[in-house]
Design a protein around this ligand. Sequence first.
Ligand code: C2E
Ligand code: MG
Ligand code: MG
Length: 615
Amino acid sequence: MISLLTAQDLPLSAPVAPQDRTLLGGTLAASMERMIRIAVDGTGATSGVIALLGNDRRCFQYGHPALPWMAHDCGTLIRCGLLSLTVENGGVLSIGDAHEFSHDEDVRRAAAALGVGSLTSIVMPRSDGTVLGMLCVFADAPRDWTEVRMRTLHDVAEMASTEVHLRRALAERESRERQLQHDSLHDGLTGLPNRSLFMRRLSDAAQRVKRGDDSLFAVLFLDLDDFKQVNDKYGHRGGDEILIETARRLGDCIRGGDLVARLGGDEFAILLERVSDARDGAMVADRVQAALREPFVVGSCSHVATASIGVVLSSSGTFQPDQLLRNADMAMYRAKSAGRARFEMFDRAMHADALARLQLEQDLQRALDADEFELYYQPIVSLATGRIAGVEALVRWCRQDDGVASPGDFIPVAEETGLIVPLGRWVLSEACRQVRAWQLAIGQAQSITLAVNLSVREFSEPELVSQVSTILADTGMEASALRLEITESAIIGQGHPALQTIADLRALGVQIHLDDFGTGYSALSYLHRLPLDAVKVDRGTISIIDREERPLKVVQSIIGLVRALGMGVVAEGIATPAQLDLLRAMGCDLGQGYLFSPPCSAAAMGRLLSSGQTW
Ligand code: C2E
Ligand code: MG
Ligand code: MG
């Protein structure tokens, strides 16, 4: 069926759409004009028009050299309804004498005004039956549109349709290919170049410098700080908005010729072509920080972002694109651990560190497979009775050649690599097994408790609660005897899931203790909002209470507040009898420290428990 068109569907001399200009452009015009010329010359007419509709909206015309004005003005005829009339007439409309044309007064008047004596118009159909456009030829005097002439016109209309159809298909294919090409090199969310395109450009820059171009280039590796919290706070859509806006701002921080790419997640990279020295990289890093400090508006909230940035120069010793990016990443990591919201330049020392770290990662993995870990235990003493109330399990790594490593040396790396998860699971089950054995075997140890540390990563494992429950069941350990120690960083800024995990663990009957309180940014104000069972006061604060007035007051207030909130207090790192006396006098429940015992092997701990020693 041919769909009926109105005059609005046919804007003559419509502007050429950009895609037509580049793909079809002048060549379509030339071939359409050639077709009209064949139609005009082959029928002895004076001028003609091909008008295309829909996506192809354009108008082409050809006038007999003696009457060039005519073709131009014939557009008016089409606009005043000729196409609709043709469609209504079954797709062809031949008017031998336009002056006597009585079907449509507008067409008759327009024809008279233009000096059109006769005309034929033919609809050009698409393969799906809709109207692609029309071919119209005009003569200045009345004439007979013979069968031969009409056949010529039909042939030309068909050829023109085919031509447009082919070109359109070709243009669409090219545009699809271009889109695919673009998509494979760009990030869908921000539209920025992606990692592949960045690596390509980085490799080009490296080639250039290798060939002897004496300028340098720099790579900046940028990671937004605390982006996880951003997503938690504003939802993924809010997070996306911030990423899009970040991409835009980063674009404003660089010069033409430089490149910003999104590597994935909240990681971006910048390639600065032609820098003179490290200061140029530093300057851009500063500019980026300043750009991010402008508040982002997310819904009705305003968010200030910062980034940790690593900078590497092409003079740093490698031209390998992936090595360069890795080095910039390493410097970024350094900036993160140095407190975020800053940049670090990559240097040789960092390289050596990185190698050592890599080695440590591999060793840790191997150690896990080779059972090189051992648990030490440190007693936790009831200050009221002086008896051992429980033990804290503290992991040690007995390295084949390097002696015993302390958790401080390997827990952070295990945490970053995720190895902490299997390691932590082993710690928990081994400690539960051991303590249960003591409870059953040693009379004085019947009701001792077990404290186990959980790192942030372990605490945010979705499987944590079910694993704890399984381990308790497998080892026969009472849930009420288990204390899981977490630090503020596991809760603060982690939002709802952390509180839910605490609630689920407590529902099992396990107690949650807040470890190392008094380090970092501990604030008394949030304690009442957290569902905790006890707070462990950091040994840094405890170690000076017998020497200085202020820490003593601080500990006194912490104990007062924590107890008022119905929670227990454990003092860590008690090292002198004076400290013990003070803490006892302040009503602190439990204590731990070298004064009682340093962490010791399971065998030594077993002996200590059996001895029934008190303090
Ligand atoms: P933490 O949980 O605060 O453990 C107490 C740390 O203080 C232990 O260090 C212990 O040896 C030390 N300590 C106890 N009393 C004294 C004292 O009187 N003076 C001094 N100077 N130090 C004392 P350690 O064993 O090196 O453990 C360090 C940290 O490593 C632990 O701090 C804990 O956060 C982490 N950690 C230990 N084992 C594990 C584990 O199995 N899993 C996880 N995730 N973290 C662990
Ligand atoms: Mg602890
Ligand atoms: Mg502690």
